[in-house]
Write a protein that binds this ligand. Structure first.
Ligand SMILES: Cc1cc2nc3c(=O)[nH]c(=O)nc-3n(C[C@H](O)[C@H](O)[C@H](O)COP(=O)(O)OP(=O)(O)OC[C@H]3O[C@@H](n4cnc5c(N)ncnc54)[C@H](O)[C@@H]3O)c2cc1C
Length: 477
Protein backbone atom coordinates (compact mmCIF):
# COMPACT_ATOMS: atom_id res chain seq x y z
CA UNK A 1 0.00 0.00 0.00
CA UNK A 2 1.46 3.39 -0.95
CA UNK A 3 1.82 6.14 1.63
CA UNK A 4 -0.93 8.12 -0.06
CA UNK A 5 -3.37 5.20 -0.14
CA UNK A 6 -2.60 4.49 3.51
CA UNK A 7 -3.43 8.10 4.37
CA UNK A 8 -6.70 7.96 2.42
CA UNK A 9 -7.63 4.64 4.05
CA UNK A 10 -6.92 5.95 7.56
CA UNK A 11 -9.04 9.02 6.83
CA UNK A 12 -11.89 6.72 5.75
CA UNK A 13 -11.60 4.76 8.98
CA UNK A 14 -11.32 7.97 11.03
CA UNK A 15 -14.56 9.26 9.49
CA UNK A 16 -16.35 6.08 10.60
CA UNK A 17 -14.79 5.70 14.04
CA UNK A 18 -13.99 9.20 15.32
CA UNK A 19 -10.78 9.98 17.22
CA UNK A 20 -11.54 7.60 20.12
CA UNK A 21 -11.96 4.69 17.77
CA UNK A 22 -8.80 4.79 15.69
CA UNK A 23 -5.23 4.23 16.88
CA UNK A 24 -2.39 4.46 14.41
CA UNK A 25 0.75 5.69 16.20
CA UNK A 26 3.33 3.01 16.96
CA UNK A 27 3.33 3.72 20.70
CA UNK A 28 -0.44 3.68 21.14
CA UNK A 29 -0.78 0.49 19.07
CA UNK A 30 1.76 -1.39 21.21
CA UNK A 31 -0.67 -3.01 23.69
CA UNK A 32 -2.66 -4.41 20.74
CA UNK A 33 0.48 -5.80 19.08
CA UNK A 34 2.16 -7.42 22.08
CA UNK A 35 1.41 -11.08 22.63
CA UNK A 36 1.00 -12.67 26.07
CA UNK A 37 3.81 -15.20 25.76
CA UNK A 38 6.17 -12.92 23.84
CA UNK A 39 6.43 -15.44 21.00
CA UNK A 40 5.22 -13.05 18.28
CA UNK A 41 5.75 -9.36 17.53
CA UNK A 42 2.67 -7.84 15.88
CA UNK A 43 2.60 -5.23 13.05
CA UNK A 44 -0.51 -3.35 11.99
CA UNK A 45 -1.50 -0.41 9.85
CA UNK A 46 -3.92 0.73 12.55
CA UNK A 47 -6.18 -0.45 15.35
CA UNK A 48 -9.90 0.14 14.75
CA UNK A 49 -12.09 0.19 17.86
CA UNK A 50 -15.75 0.54 16.84
CA UNK A 51 -18.43 1.19 19.45
CA UNK A 52 -21.38 -0.23 17.51
CA UNK A 53 -22.18 -3.09 15.17
CA UNK A 54 -22.86 -0.57 12.38
CA UNK A 55 -19.41 1.02 12.85
CA UNK A 56 -17.75 -2.43 12.88
CA UNK A 57 -19.56 -3.29 9.63
CA UNK A 58 -18.43 -0.01 8.05
CA UNK A 59 -14.81 -0.76 9.01
CA UNK A 60 -15.04 -4.23 7.46
CA UNK A 61 -16.54 -2.78 4.26
CA UNK A 62 -13.74 -0.20 4.02
CA UNK A 63 -11.11 -2.93 4.51
CA UNK A 64 -12.75 -5.25 1.97
CA UNK A 65 -12.84 -2.45 -0.61
CA UNK A 66 -9.11 -1.78 -0.23
CA UNK A 67 -7.93 -5.37 0.27
CA UNK A 68 -6.82 -4.69 3.85
CA UNK A 69 -6.99 -7.78 6.06
CA UNK A 70 -8.62 -7.74 9.49
CA UNK A 71 -7.33 -9.34 12.68
CA UNK A 72 -10.17 -9.46 15.24
CA UNK A 73 -9.01 -8.94 18.80
CA UNK A 74 -10.67 -9.32 22.18
CA UNK A 75 -8.71 -9.18 25.43
CA UNK A 76 -5.54 -10.37 23.67
CA UNK A 77 -5.02 -13.18 26.19
CA UNK A 78 -5.03 -15.98 23.60
CA UNK A 79 -2.10 -18.38 23.78
CA UNK A 80 -1.59 -19.35 20.12
CA UNK A 81 -0.98 -16.00 18.40
CA UNK A 82 -4.51 -15.85 16.92
CA UNK A 83 -4.94 -12.13 17.61
CA UNK A 84 -1.49 -11.11 16.34
CA UNK A 85 -1.53 -8.84 13.26
CA UNK A 86 1.18 -9.46 10.66
CA UNK A 87 0.88 -6.46 8.40
CA UNK A 88 3.28 -6.09 5.47
CA UNK A 89 3.47 -3.52 2.67
CA UNK A 90 2.11 -6.11 0.24
CA UNK A 91 -0.66 -7.35 2.57
CA UNK A 92 -1.64 -4.62 5.02
CA UNK A 93 -3.63 -5.64 8.12
CA UNK A 94 -5.51 -3.81 10.82
CA UNK A 95 -6.46 -4.99 14.30
CA UNK A 96 -10.24 -4.80 14.83
CA UNK A 97 -10.68 -4.54 18.58
CA UNK A 98 -13.98 -5.27 20.35
CA UNK A 99 -12.92 -3.23 23.39
CA UNK A 100 -15.65 -0.57 23.02
CA UNK A 101 -18.40 -3.10 22.28
CA UNK A 102 -18.81 -3.83 25.97
CA UNK A 103 -22.51 -3.39 26.74
CA UNK A 104 -24.71 -5.99 28.40
CA UNK A 105 -27.76 -5.67 26.18
CA UNK A 106 -30.27 -7.77 28.10
CA UNK A 107 -30.32 -10.05 31.14
CA UNK A 108 -33.32 -12.37 31.05
CA UNK A 109 -33.37 -14.45 34.26
CA UNK A 110 -36.74 -16.07 33.46
CA UNK A 111 -35.41 -17.36 30.15
CA UNK A 112 -32.01 -18.14 31.72
CA UNK A 113 -30.31 -16.06 29.03
CA UNK A 114 -28.02 -13.06 28.71
CA UNK A 115 -27.28 -11.01 25.59
CA UNK A 116 -24.06 -9.04 25.59
CA UNK A 117 -21.64 -7.40 23.20
CA UNK A 118 -18.50 -9.26 22.28
CA UNK A 119 -16.12 -6.88 24.09
CA UNK A 120 -17.69 -7.64 27.48
CA UNK A 121 -14.97 -8.78 29.87
CA UNK A 122 -15.79 -12.30 31.05
CA UNK A 123 -15.78 -11.33 34.75
CA UNK A 124 -18.27 -8.51 34.00
CA UNK A 125 -20.57 -11.01 32.34
CA UNK A 126 -20.30 -13.35 35.35
CA UNK A 127 -21.11 -10.41 37.65
CA UNK A 128 -24.16 -9.34 35.58
CA UNK A 129 -25.49 -12.91 35.74
CA UNK A 130 -24.86 -13.11 39.51
CA UNK A 131 -26.66 -9.79 40.07
CA UNK A 132 -29.74 -11.39 38.48
CA UNK A 133 -29.44 -14.49 40.69
CA UNK A 134 -28.03 -16.61 37.86
CA UNK A 135 -24.72 -18.24 36.96
CA UNK A 136 -22.67 -17.75 33.81
CA UNK A 137 -20.37 -20.73 34.33
CA UNK A 138 -17.45 -20.04 31.99
CA UNK A 139 -14.43 -19.42 34.22
CA UNK A 140 -10.69 -19.25 33.50
CA UNK A 141 -7.62 -17.60 34.92
CA UNK A 142 -7.74 -14.80 32.32
CA UNK A 143 -11.37 -13.92 33.15
CA UNK A 144 -10.45 -10.41 34.34
CA UNK A 145 -9.20 -9.48 30.84
CA UNK A 146 -10.49 -11.91 28.20
CA UNK A 147 -13.69 -10.99 26.37
CA UNK A 148 -16.85 -12.85 25.42
CA UNK A 149 -16.05 -12.58 21.68
CA UNK A 150 -12.57 -14.03 22.26
CA UNK A 151 -14.03 -16.80 24.42
CA UNK A 152 -16.50 -17.71 21.68
CA UNK A 153 -13.90 -17.45 18.91
CA UNK A 154 -11.55 -19.82 20.75
CA UNK A 155 -14.37 -21.98 22.14
CA UNK A 156 -12.68 -21.45 25.50
CA UNK A 157 -12.79 -24.22 28.08
CA UNK A 158 -11.62 -23.34 31.59
CA UNK A 159 -12.40 -24.95 34.91
CA UNK A 160 -16.10 -25.83 34.72
CA UNK A 161 -16.28 -27.73 31.43
CA UNK A 162 -16.96 -31.11 33.02
CA UNK A 163 -20.30 -29.79 34.32
CA UNK A 164 -21.32 -27.03 31.86
CA UNK A 165 -19.40 -27.78 28.64
CA UNK A 166 -17.14 -25.50 26.61
CA UNK A 167 -18.17 -22.04 25.42
CA UNK A 168 -19.88 -23.65 22.40
CA UNK A 169 -22.36 -25.28 24.78
CA UNK A 170 -23.19 -21.91 26.30
CA UNK A 171 -23.98 -19.96 23.11
CA UNK A 172 -27.61 -19.58 22.01
CA UNK A 173 -27.19 -16.98 19.30
CA UNK A 174 -24.66 -14.68 17.61
CA UNK A 175 -24.45 -11.37 15.80
CA UNK A 176 -21.53 -11.35 13.36
CA UNK A 177 -20.12 -8.91 10.81
CA UNK A 178 -19.25 -11.02 7.78
CA UNK A 179 -16.19 -10.54 5.56
CA UNK A 180 -18.20 -8.45 3.07
CA UNK A 181 -19.51 -6.13 5.79
CA UNK A 182 -23.00 -7.65 5.96
CA UNK A 183 -24.38 -8.41 9.40
CA UNK A 184 -25.59 -11.93 10.26
CA UNK A 185 -28.21 -11.34 12.96
CA UNK A 186 -28.70 -14.65 14.72
CA UNK A 187 -29.17 -13.24 18.22
CA UNK A 188 -31.92 -15.66 19.22
CA UNK A 189 -32.22 -17.11 22.71
CA UNK A 190 -34.21 -20.22 21.75
CA UNK A 191 -33.36 -23.64 23.17
CA UNK A 192 -34.99 -25.35 20.20
CA UNK A 193 -34.64 -24.02 16.67
CA UNK A 194 -34.13 -26.68 14.00
CA UNK A 195 -34.22 -24.42 10.96
CA UNK A 196 -31.57 -25.64 8.57
CA UNK A 197 -27.84 -25.31 9.12
CA UNK A 198 -26.97 -23.96 12.55
CA UNK A 199 -24.92 -21.05 11.20
CA UNK A 200 -23.75 -19.68 14.56
CA UNK A 201 -21.69 -22.86 15.06
CA UNK A 202 -19.46 -21.82 12.13
CA UNK A 203 -18.15 -18.82 14.01
CA UNK A 204 -17.62 -20.54 17.37
CA UNK A 205 -14.00 -21.66 17.59
CA UNK A 206 -13.25 -20.06 14.19
CA UNK A 207 -10.61 -17.75 15.75
CA UNK A 208 -11.83 -14.73 13.81
CA UNK A 209 -11.19 -16.31 10.40
CA UNK A 210 -14.82 -16.24 9.25
CA UNK A 211 -16.25 -13.02 10.71
CA UNK A 212 -16.15 -10.46 13.52
CA UNK A 213 -18.52 -11.33 16.38
CA UNK A 214 -20.23 -8.22 17.75
CA UNK A 215 -22.69 -9.76 20.23
CA UNK A 216 -23.86 -13.07 21.63
CA UNK A 217 -26.81 -14.53 23.47
CA UNK A 218 -25.69 -17.05 26.07
CA UNK A 219 -27.23 -19.55 28.48
CA UNK A 220 -27.46 -18.85 32.18
CA UNK A 221 -27.89 -21.43 34.95
CA UNK A 222 -29.36 -21.34 38.46
CA UNK A 223 -26.92 -19.71 40.88
CA UNK A 224 -25.63 -22.46 43.16
CA UNK A 225 -27.06 -22.51 46.64
CA UNK A 226 -24.08 -24.15 48.31
CA UNK A 227 -20.49 -24.64 47.29
CA UNK A 228 -17.55 -26.61 48.68
CA UNK A 229 -13.93 -26.62 47.54
CA UNK A 230 -11.10 -28.95 48.51
CA UNK A 231 -7.41 -29.36 47.87
CA UNK A 232 -6.45 -33.03 47.84
CA UNK A 233 -3.00 -34.63 47.72
CA UNK A 234 -2.72 -37.84 45.70
CA UNK A 235 0.17 -40.16 44.91
CA UNK A 236 -0.29 -40.46 41.14
CA UNK A 237 -2.45 -39.14 38.28
CA UNK A 238 -4.11 -42.58 38.17
CA UNK A 239 -5.12 -42.17 41.82
CA UNK A 240 -6.60 -38.78 40.88
CA UNK A 241 -8.55 -40.43 38.06
CA UNK A 242 -9.95 -43.07 40.43
CA UNK A 243 -10.95 -40.29 42.83
CA UNK A 244 -12.62 -38.46 39.95
CA UNK A 245 -14.58 -41.57 38.96
CA UNK A 246 -15.84 -42.07 42.53
CA UNK A 247 -16.73 -38.40 42.94
CA UNK A 248 -18.72 -38.24 39.72
CA UNK A 249 -20.62 -41.41 40.42
CA UNK A 250 -21.45 -40.35 44.00
CA UNK A 251 -22.04 -36.61 43.54
CA UNK A 252 -23.13 -36.50 39.88
CA UNK A 253 -23.54 -33.02 38.46
CA UNK A 254 -22.65 -31.41 41.77
CA UNK A 255 -18.99 -31.89 40.83
CA UNK A 256 -18.17 -28.79 38.75
CA UNK A 257 -14.34 -28.64 38.70
CA UNK A 258 -11.54 -31.18 38.99
CA UNK A 259 -8.06 -29.80 38.34
CA UNK A 260 -4.74 -31.66 38.56
CA UNK A 261 -1.48 -29.90 39.48
CA UNK A 262 2.00 -31.43 39.67
CA UNK A 263 4.30 -30.45 42.54
CA UNK A 264 6.68 -28.80 40.06
CA UNK A 265 3.90 -26.43 38.98
CA UNK A 266 3.26 -25.46 42.59
CA UNK A 267 7.00 -24.94 43.18
CA UNK A 268 6.92 -22.32 40.42
CA UNK A 269 4.01 -20.56 42.10
CA UNK A 270 5.82 -20.51 45.47
CA UNK A 271 8.95 -19.16 43.81
CA UNK A 272 7.38 -16.35 41.78
CA UNK A 273 4.06 -15.37 43.35
CA UNK A 274 4.53 -13.73 46.73
CA UNK A 275 1.94 -14.84 49.27
CA UNK A 276 0.34 -17.51 47.07
CA UNK A 277 0.87 -20.80 48.89
CA UNK A 278 -0.43 -24.35 49.03
CA UNK A 279 -1.91 -24.90 52.46
CA UNK A 280 -1.54 -28.67 52.94
CA UNK A 281 1.35 -29.76 55.18
CA UNK A 282 4.30 -31.49 53.52
CA UNK A 283 4.92 -31.87 49.81
CA UNK A 284 3.20 -34.39 47.59
CA UNK A 285 3.73 -35.40 43.98
CA UNK A 286 0.25 -34.41 42.76
CA UNK A 287 -2.63 -32.26 43.94
CA UNK A 288 -6.27 -32.06 42.90
CA UNK A 289 -8.32 -28.90 43.33
CA UNK A 290 -11.99 -29.86 43.18
CA UNK A 291 -15.23 -28.03 43.65
CA UNK A 292 -18.84 -29.03 44.07
CA UNK A 293 -21.90 -26.77 43.84
CA UNK A 294 -25.63 -27.20 43.49
CA UNK A 295 -29.06 -26.89 45.03
CA UNK A 296 -28.10 -28.16 48.52
CA UNK A 297 -27.35 -25.57 51.19
CA UNK A 298 -23.81 -24.51 51.89
CA UNK A 299 -23.64 -26.63 55.05
CA UNK A 300 -25.09 -29.72 53.35
CA UNK A 301 -22.70 -29.39 50.41
CA UNK A 302 -19.76 -28.97 52.75
CA UNK A 303 -20.81 -32.01 54.82
CA UNK A 304 -21.32 -34.15 51.71
CA UNK A 305 -17.82 -33.34 50.49
CA UNK A 306 -16.20 -33.93 53.89
CA UNK A 307 -17.97 -37.30 54.21
CA UNK A 308 -16.92 -38.29 50.70
CA UNK A 309 -13.29 -37.35 51.40
CA UNK A 310 -13.29 -39.29 54.70
CA UNK A 311 -14.50 -42.42 52.87
CA UNK A 312 -11.96 -41.87 50.07
CA UNK A 313 -9.16 -41.54 52.64
CA UNK A 314 -10.23 -44.82 54.29
CA UNK A 315 -10.20 -46.48 50.85
CA UNK A 316 -6.66 -45.20 50.26
CA UNK A 317 -7.69 -43.01 47.31
CA UNK A 318 -5.94 -39.94 48.63
CA UNK A 319 -3.09 -38.91 50.93
CA UNK A 320 -4.44 -35.76 52.54
CA UNK A 321 -7.23 -33.25 52.01
CA UNK A 322 -8.20 -29.76 53.05
CA UNK A 323 -11.74 -28.43 52.65
CA UNK A 324 -12.00 -24.63 52.47
CA UNK A 325 -13.87 -23.37 55.52
CA UNK A 326 -14.43 -19.80 54.33
CA UNK A 327 -14.82 -17.89 51.08
CA UNK A 328 -11.36 -16.43 51.63
CA UNK A 329 -9.86 -19.94 51.92
CA UNK A 330 -11.61 -21.01 48.72
CA UNK A 331 -10.20 -17.99 46.89
CA UNK A 332 -6.72 -18.73 48.24
CA UNK A 333 -6.92 -22.27 46.84
CA UNK A 334 -8.04 -21.07 43.42
CA UNK A 335 -5.37 -18.34 43.43
CA UNK A 336 -2.73 -21.07 43.51
CA UNK A 337 -4.25 -22.84 40.49
CA UNK A 338 -4.78 -19.63 38.52
CA UNK A 339 -1.26 -18.39 39.27
CA UNK A 340 0.48 -21.27 37.46
CA UNK A 341 0.53 -19.74 33.92
CA UNK A 342 1.87 -16.41 35.22
CA UNK A 343 4.46 -18.15 37.43
CA UNK A 344 5.58 -20.19 34.42
CA UNK A 345 5.92 -16.98 32.38
CA UNK A 346 8.05 -15.39 35.11
CA UNK A 347 10.23 -18.50 35.32
CA UNK A 348 11.33 -18.08 31.69
CA UNK A 349 10.90 -19.76 28.34
CA UNK A 350 8.79 -22.91 28.06
CA UNK A 351 7.64 -25.15 25.25
CA UNK A 352 3.95 -25.62 25.94
CA UNK A 353 1.42 -28.24 25.04
CA UNK A 354 -2.34 -28.13 25.44
CA UNK A 355 -3.33 -31.73 24.82
CA UNK A 356 -6.39 -33.79 25.58
CA UNK A 357 -6.82 -37.54 25.82
CA UNK A 358 -9.71 -39.66 27.13
CA UNK A 359 -9.79 -39.00 30.89
CA UNK A 360 -8.75 -42.55 31.77
CA UNK A 361 -5.60 -42.16 29.60
CA UNK A 362 -4.19 -39.06 31.35
CA UNK A 363 -1.97 -41.11 33.69
CA UNK A 364 -0.73 -43.19 30.77
CA UNK A 365 -0.02 -40.02 28.75
CA UNK A 366 1.98 -38.43 31.59
CA UNK A 367 3.88 -41.68 32.23
CA UNK A 368 5.00 -41.80 28.59
CA UNK A 369 5.33 -38.09 27.80
CA UNK A 370 7.59 -37.29 30.77
CA UNK A 371 10.48 -39.64 29.86
CA UNK A 372 9.99 -38.75 26.19
CA UNK A 373 10.39 -35.04 27.00
CA UNK A 374 13.49 -35.72 29.11
CA UNK A 375 15.01 -37.74 26.28
CA UNK A 376 14.29 -34.99 23.74
CA UNK A 377 15.33 -32.14 26.02
CA UNK A 378 17.76 -33.37 28.69
CA UNK A 379 17.55 -31.20 31.81
CA UNK A 380 14.07 -29.84 31.06
CA UNK A 381 11.60 -29.39 33.91
CA UNK A 382 8.17 -30.87 33.25
CA UNK A 383 5.37 -28.63 34.48
CA UNK A 384 2.11 -30.54 34.16
CA UNK A 385 -1.28 -29.25 35.26
CA UNK A 386 -4.74 -28.94 33.82
CA UNK A 387 -8.38 -29.78 33.65
CA UNK A 388 -8.20 -33.48 34.51
CA UNK A 389 -11.99 -33.83 34.51
CA UNK A 390 -11.88 -32.99 30.77
CA UNK A 391 -8.79 -35.08 29.99
CA UNK A 392 -7.00 -31.79 29.18
CA UNK A 393 -3.41 -31.36 30.38
CA UNK A 394 -1.04 -28.45 29.93
CA UNK A 395 2.25 -30.27 29.53
CA UNK A 396 4.94 -27.59 29.62
CA UNK A 397 8.69 -28.00 29.33
CA UNK A 398 10.95 -25.44 30.98
CA UNK A 399 14.19 -24.16 29.48
CA UNK A 400 17.05 -26.41 30.67
CA UNK A 401 19.86 -24.65 32.57
CA UNK A 402 22.76 -23.94 30.25
CA UNK A 403 20.70 -24.02 27.04
CA UNK A 404 20.35 -20.65 25.29
CA UNK A 405 16.73 -19.34 25.11
CA UNK A 406 16.66 -19.07 21.30
CA UNK A 407 18.27 -22.49 20.84
CA UNK A 408 15.72 -23.93 23.25
CA UNK A 409 12.73 -22.30 21.52
CA UNK A 410 14.05 -23.45 18.13
CA UNK A 411 13.35 -27.00 19.33
CA UNK A 412 9.60 -26.21 19.75
CA UNK A 413 8.41 -27.86 16.53
CA UNK A 414 10.31 -31.12 16.77
CA UNK A 415 9.64 -31.60 20.49
CA UNK A 416 5.95 -30.77 20.12
CA UNK A 417 5.54 -33.07 17.16
CA UNK A 418 6.52 -36.06 19.34
CA UNK A 419 4.37 -35.00 22.30
CA UNK A 420 1.40 -34.30 20.03
CA UNK A 421 1.83 -37.62 18.20
CA UNK A 422 1.72 -39.39 21.56
CA UNK A 423 -1.56 -37.69 22.54
CA UNK A 424 -3.13 -38.21 19.11
CA UNK A 425 -2.05 -41.88 19.18
CA UNK A 426 -4.07 -42.28 22.39
CA UNK A 427 -7.20 -40.98 20.70
CA UNK A 428 -6.48 -37.44 21.88
CA UNK A 429 -5.99 -33.95 20.45
CA UNK A 430 -2.92 -31.73 20.00
CA UNK A 431 -5.06 -28.66 20.76
CA UNK A 432 -7.61 -29.10 23.51
CA UNK A 433 -8.76 -25.58 24.34
CA UNK A 434 -6.36 -22.88 23.11
CA UNK A 435 -6.97 -23.31 19.37
CA UNK A 436 -4.65 -23.22 16.37
CA UNK A 437 -3.82 -19.53 15.75
CA UNK A 438 -0.38 -19.14 14.21
CA UNK A 439 1.27 -21.59 16.56
CA UNK A 440 -0.30 -24.83 15.38
CA UNK A 441 -1.05 -24.26 11.69
CA UNK A 442 1.54 -26.91 10.78
CA UNK A 443 0.15 -29.34 13.35
CA UNK A 444 -3.37 -29.01 11.96
CA UNK A 445 -2.20 -30.01 8.49
CA UNK A 446 -0.15 -32.84 10.02
CA UNK A 447 -2.87 -34.35 12.20
CA UNK A 448 -6.11 -33.65 10.33
CA UNK A 449 -7.06 -35.77 7.32
CA UNK A 450 -7.04 -34.38 3.74
CA UNK A 451 -10.83 -34.64 3.74
CA UNK A 452 -11.15 -32.51 6.88
CA UNK A 453 -8.63 -29.94 5.62
CA UNK A 454 -10.38 -29.71 2.26
CA UNK A 455 -13.74 -29.15 3.99
CA UNK A 456 -12.24 -26.43 6.19
CA UNK A 457 -10.70 -24.68 3.14
CA UNK A 458 -13.99 -24.92 1.21
CA UNK A 459 -15.83 -23.39 4.15
CA UNK A 460 -13.34 -20.55 4.48
CA UNK A 461 -13.55 -19.86 0.74
CA UNK A 462 -17.36 -19.79 0.82
CA UNK A 463 -17.62 -17.40 3.76
CA UNK A 464 -14.54 -15.26 3.12
CA UNK A 465 -13.59 -15.63 -0.58
CA UNK A 466 -10.99 -12.84 -0.52
CA UNK A 467 -9.31 -14.08 2.68
CA UNK A 468 -9.90 -10.80 4.50
CA UNK A 469 -10.58 -12.25 7.95
CA UNK A 470 -7.51 -13.16 10.00
CA UNK A 471 -5.43 -14.62 7.13
CA UNK A 472 -2.79 -17.17 8.03
CA UNK A 473 -4.55 -18.29 11.21
CA UNK A 474 -5.80 -21.88 11.48
CA UNK A 475 -5.19 -22.60 7.77
CA UNK A 476 -2.78 -21.44 5.13
CA UNK A 477 -5.19 -20.59 2.33
C1 LIG B 1 -3.41 -16.85 32.40
C2 LIG B 1 -4.22 -17.44 31.29
C3 LIG B 1 -5.04 -18.53 31.55
C4 LIG B 1 -5.82 -19.08 30.52
N1 LIG B 1 -6.63 -20.13 30.82
C5 LIG B 1 -7.39 -20.66 29.85
C6 LIG B 1 -8.26 -21.76 30.13
O1 LIG B 1 -8.32 -22.27 31.25
N2 LIG B 1 -9.03 -22.23 29.13
C7 LIG B 1 -9.00 -21.69 27.86
O2 LIG B 1 -9.74 -22.16 26.98
N3 LIG B 1 -8.17 -20.66 27.57
C8 LIG B 1 -7.37 -20.15 28.52
N4 LIG B 1 -6.55 -19.10 28.23
C9 LIG B 1 -6.47 -18.60 26.86
C10 LIG B 1 -7.37 -17.35 26.59
O3 LIG B 1 -7.61 -16.62 27.71
C11 LIG B 1 -8.66 -17.76 25.99
O4 LIG B 1 -8.39 -18.36 24.74
C12 LIG B 1 -9.67 -16.63 25.77
O5 LIG B 1 -10.89 -17.20 25.37
C13 LIG B 1 -9.25 -15.60 24.73
O6 LIG B 1 -10.09 -14.47 24.83
P1 LIG B 1 -9.57 -13.02 24.40
O7 LIG B 1 -10.72 -12.09 24.50
O8 LIG B 1 -8.36 -12.64 25.13
O9 LIG B 1 -9.25 -13.28 22.86
P2 LIG B 1 -7.99 -12.80 22.00
O10 LIG B 1 -6.74 -13.34 22.54
O11 LIG B 1 -8.05 -11.34 21.78
O12 LIG B 1 -8.32 -13.54 20.63
C14 LIG B 1 -8.33 -14.93 20.54
C15 LIG B 1 -8.81 -15.35 19.13
O13 LIG B 1 -10.18 -14.97 18.95
C16 LIG B 1 -10.32 -14.05 17.87
N5 LIG B 1 -11.29 -13.03 18.32
C17 LIG B 1 -11.25 -12.28 19.46
N6 LIG B 1 -12.35 -11.51 19.53
C18 LIG B 1 -13.10 -11.77 18.43
C19 LIG B 1 -14.35 -11.28 17.93
N7 LIG B 1 -15.06 -10.36 18.58
N8 LIG B 1 -14.81 -11.78 16.76
C20 LIG B 1 -14.11 -12.73 16.07
N9 LIG B 1 -12.92 -13.21 16.49
C21 LIG B 1 -12.43 -12.75 17.66
C22 LIG B 1 -8.93 -13.49 17.63
O14 LIG B 1 -8.74 -13.10 16.27
C23 LIG B 1 -8.04 -14.67 18.01
O15 LIG B 1 -7.95 -15.55 16.93
C24 LIG B 1 -5.76 -18.53 29.22
C25 LIG B 1 -4.93 -17.43 28.97
C26 LIG B 1 -4.17 -16.88 29.98
C27 LIG B 1 -3.31 -15.68 29.67
Amino acid sequence: MTKLLRQVFLEELGAVLGPAGLVSSDDAMQPYLAEWRGLYAGRALAVAIPDSTAAAAAVVRACAARGVAIVPQGGNTGLVGGAVAQSTDERPQIVLSARRLARIRHVDPDNYAITAESGCILSALQAAAAAAGRLFPLSLAAEGSCQLGGNISTNAGGINVLRFGTTRDLVLGLEVVLANGEVFDGLRTLRKDNTGYDLKQLFIGAEGTLGFITAAACKLFPAPNGMATALVAVATPDAAIRLYGELRSQLGDELIAFELMGQAALDLVSRHMAGVRVTLPGTHPWYVLLEMAGARTHGETHDALEQFLARATAQGLLIDALVAQTGAQREALWRVRHAIPEAQRLEGAAIKHDISVPVAEVGNFLAQATPLALRLLPGTRVIAFGHLGDGNMHFNLGQPAGLDRQEFLARWDDVSRSIHALAVGMGGSFSAEHGIGLLKVGELSRFRSPVELQLMRALKKAVDPDNIMNPGKILEV
